[in-house]
Design a protein around this ligand. Sequence first.
Ligand SMILES: Nc1nc2c(ncn2[C@@H]2O[C@H](COP(=O)(O)OP(=O)(O)OP(=O)(O)O)[C@@H](O)[C@H]2O)c(=O)[nH]1
Ligand SMILES: [Mg+2]
Length: 225
Amino acid sequence: MSDTRVTVVIPAKDEEGLIGEIVDAVRPYADEVLVVDGHSLDRTRDIAIEHGARVIQDNGRGKGEALRLSVGAATTGIVVFIDADGSHDPRDIPALVAPIKAGQADMVIGSRGKGGSDELHGTFPQFVRWVGSQIIMLTINWRWNVQLTDSQNGFRAIRREVGEELGLTANLTTIEQEMLMKALKRGYRVQEIASHEFERRWGHSKISVWKLWIPYVWSWLRNLI
Ligand SMILES: Nc1nc2c(ncn2[C@@H]2O[C@H](COP(=O)(O)OP(=O)(O)OP(=O)(O)O)[C@@H](O)[C@H]2O)c(=O)[nH]1
Ligand SMILES: [Mg+2]
């Protein structure tokens, strides 16, 4: 692989509490820090700029759209996606990009199955998310004869060219499973590293299981077949 430089993409919607800290924390691992602002009503955008990030805006369709735009906008060979809520540990980035730099993988997912999660257990919506994601993971492993443990984590790295070639269409957080299934379908090499998910440290989640379960089931079945 020729261009092993890294763009760290941070999708952020109303994340003024932590965005500055996250931009600073990923900088040691990034050749470019790209914040995709989801039309935040707070100071997310200004703070990201103050901290030296390049900032673009999505068109208000959701996190999936933000990630799709970022793949086209990034200027390096490798793209890392990390949330702006403090759930992911930027110190995992070197491990995440290492298999791609070594030419051994096209995409690497930070696995909560291997690293554990403080967010997936306890409440009923969390239970539904956990069971749903286990079923989705099981069918993906069966369909493509792989043994992965996390189809949903947003903390991941991908070769930028591959990200573009996949023809991603999701506007919502279903983008994560779409990216994985399309990569496997096209024969790209997908690996995982252990990564722990921490509780969101500031602000509130934009995910509602009750609003999203139909898009998830639809995206799952459409991409699995
Ligand atoms: N640009 C952009 N970013 C978004 C949008 N929706 C969510 N995000 C960001 O995407 C990241 C993940 O969103 P969360 O709401 O934490 O979703 P999650 O981590 O899957 O869900 P939780 O586990 O409930 O926190 C955060 O950094 C959000 O600010 C959007 O419409 N546009
Ligand atoms: Mg989160």
